[in-house]
Design a binder for this molecule. Structure first.
Ligand code: URP
Ligand code: ZN
Ligand code: ZN
Ligand code: ZN
Length: 459
């Protein structure tokens, strides 16, 4: 009926719990009706396609300063790539510059996103300095719509010590916030790095050797124990391996509010990639590093058993030219890799098509759970009446070979080059607007809105 702004007809709706055929009516950016048959003259015809809630990527680094340079996707290029790939919300890490308050950090990140982002976005505040002022700001910021924080246990200039992590966990608990932790053991990395460099081992491969699995597992265990001391919720970001995932499992089994995220690359790539010829291994220099091949299957198991609740990207791209800052010393290679665009298709294909997870679990991991944990549900993360009309039309038969040539990320390689997928987003609606179709961004510029988040959920 012309009462609606848009009707999407004949699609099969997939949520974290259901699969059913229905028509969807949208008005003022929201889903207002779901019914077996809606009449509309100019409906979008989704015959033969599935409709999934827009992807929610809760771990991105757009326009982020790192290692003397900036990640190469800004909020314009990064969110357009996300939209084309079927992601309609992100939560980006706003890293507190030394000497700045948390409120100033929000202003700095708002300036990066405002006038650029084309999909909706939130910020996690990465706290790099806890002082009298920050202590006061944290509860305010939680109430202002930014209920999640990040603490880095590594990286000079960003890392916090255990005492400070403990204090932030306590503050977050008291104010109903959530602390996200990058867990690696700083001192053991430094010890190994010094030895490796002394022996002239400077190539990208040694990045991985300097940060072994146990270095991550130990720090994951330590961060979790600190959280358990305060019975504070904790969310471990970018869990790369089973040993670390098992620390989360043990804590959950004891009833603690402990959660974990993994990323596409830890499910699909492995440490052999560091041996790519020339300086190619630098593309995969990220922290934590890629692990052995057996680990991929083990992580899928941790997902199936519910030890890990979300799959994000940690999208943090750098051009090869930027990676070359570490040509002679792997510690100078900017850490991070792209992934925001192909996440949905890759997880669908290698998860669902390859029998690792169900189609509902795919939606849960990539959209529903991240929206719930980070206070965006049910506005984001599902297809339901009153939810934002963030809907992806997904063609399960469309075959694509992932390649830098077909992607829109602002970077000169893909770490998933040559990966074949069956199933790809063919249209993306954000708040009821068709913003991407068949690999092109067709929406308005700068249409993304800040998502004020509240009520983090413990899953
Ligand atoms: O290597 C990575 N992961 N770069 C991005 C920053 C972070 O640690 O999340
Ligand atoms: Zn405020
Ligand atoms: Zn990290
Ligand atoms: Zn990250």
């Amino acid at each position: 009926m012309s009462n609606y702004d848009l009707v999407i007809k004949n699609g099969t709706i997939i949520t974290a719990s259901d699969k059913y055929k229905a028509d969807l009516a949208i008005k003022d950016g929201k889903i207002v009706e779901i019914s077996s048959s809606l009449d509309a003259p100019n409906a979008y015809d989704a015959s033969g396609k599935i409709l999934i809630p827009g992807g929610v990527d809760v771990h991105t680094h757009l326009d982020m300063p790192f290692g003397g340079t900036f990640s190469s996707d800004d909020f314009q290029t990064g969110t357009k790539a996300a939209a084309i790939g079927g992601t309609t919300s992100i939560v980006d890490y706003a890293v507190q510059p030394q000497g700045k308050t948390l409120h100033e950090t929000i202003d700095i990140w708002s300036e990066k996103a405002n006038g650029k982002a084309v999909i909706d976005y939130g910020f996690h505040l990465a706290v790099t300095n806890l002082n009298e002022n920050t202590r006061k700001e944290l509860p305010q910021i939680i109430n202002d719509g930014f209920p999640s924080f990040k603490v880095f246990m590594v990286y000079d200039g960003m890392r916090l010590d255990d005492r400070t992590l403990l204090e932030i966990l306590q503050i977050a608990k008291d104010s109903h916030g959530l602390v996200c932790v990058h867990a690696e053991n700083y001192d053991t990395i430094n010890y190994r790095v010094n030895q490796l460099l002394k022996d002239g081992k400077t190539e990208p491969l040694y990045h991985a050797i300097s940060r072994p699995q146990k270095c991550e597992a130990e720090a994951t265990n330590r961060a979790i124990k600190l959280a358990e001391m305060s019975d504070a919720p904790i969310y471990i970001v970018h869990v790369s391996n089973r040993e670390a995932a098992d620390e989360i499992r043990k804590s959950r089994a004891e009833g603690f509010p402990t959660m974990g995220e993994t990323c596409t690359q830890y499910l699909l790539l492995n440490e052999e990639y560091y041996k790519e010829e020339g300086f190619g291994g630098a593309k995969y220099v990220m922290s934590p590093p890629l692990r052995n091949k057996k680990n991929n299957a083990l992580l899928w198991e941790s997902i199936r058993s519910g030890d890990i609740q979300t799959i994000a990207t940690d999208h943090c791209p750098f051009f090869m030219k930027q990676k070359e800052l570490g040509k002679d010393n792997f510690t100078k290679i900017p850490n991070g890799a792209p992934g925001i665009e192909a996440r949905m298709a890759l997880i669908h294909h290698y998860g669902v098509n390859e029998g690792n997870i169900s189609i509902n679990k795919f939606v849960e991991l990539t959209s529903t759970n991240p929206a719930k944990i980070f206070g965006m549900y049910p506005k984001k993360g599902t297809i339901a009446v009153n939810s934002d009309a963030d809907i992806v039309v997904f063609d399960e038969d469309k075959e694509i070979t992932i390649s830098v040539d077909m992607l829109h990320e602002n970077v000169d390689y893909s770490t998933f080059e040559g990966f074949k997928v069956k199933g790809y987003p063919v249209a993306t609606f954000s708040r009821g607007e068709l913003i991407a179709e068949d690999g092109n961004y067709i929406g308005k510029e700068a249409r993304g809105k800040l998502i004020k988040r509240k009520n983090i959920e413990i899953l």
